[in-house]
Design a protein around this ligand. Sequence first.
Ligand SMILES: [Zn+2]
Ligand SMILES: [Zn+2]
Ligand SMILES: [Zn+2]
Length: 151
Amino acid sequence: MTSDFEAQLRSVSLRVTRPRLAVLAALRDHPHVDTDTVIALVRADLPTISHQAVYDVLRALTDAGLVRRIQPARATARYEARVGDNHHHVVCRSCGAIADVDCAVGSAPCLTASDAHGFTVDEAEVVYWGTCPDCATARTSQRSTSSEGSR
Ligand SMILES: [Zn+2]
Ligand SMILES: [Zn+2]
Ligand SMILES: [Zn+2]
């Protein structure tokens, strides 16, 4: 696996460093995590790495296209190493859980604007909002508990 990451870094002319490898490994195992979580995961490997060093690595990897930064409305930025397939996300309004949704078309922009006002459109940002199964279950059991209580 490590050698895959080395090849990825070389393919975008980035030097192979332990922090970069650690960040890529963390994002492979934990997609859609925020910066603090990335720092905690990387520190399991490299205990002395600074916040700033992780920020710098995330920025370099994002700029190089190896990492994708997503930021649903009202949420903190999350990072993932699944790039290049124009996939979308479903976000829970209640707990912020995020899951991947394959794009039916697969290439951007997968939606055609009804009127692009002369703009050259190269991306359509699609976010599905809803309630995750855990929150839906919690809500249902809460409801049944409270209706029992009012009886
Ligand atoms: Zn939820
Ligand atoms: Zn994703
Ligand atoms: Zn799509």
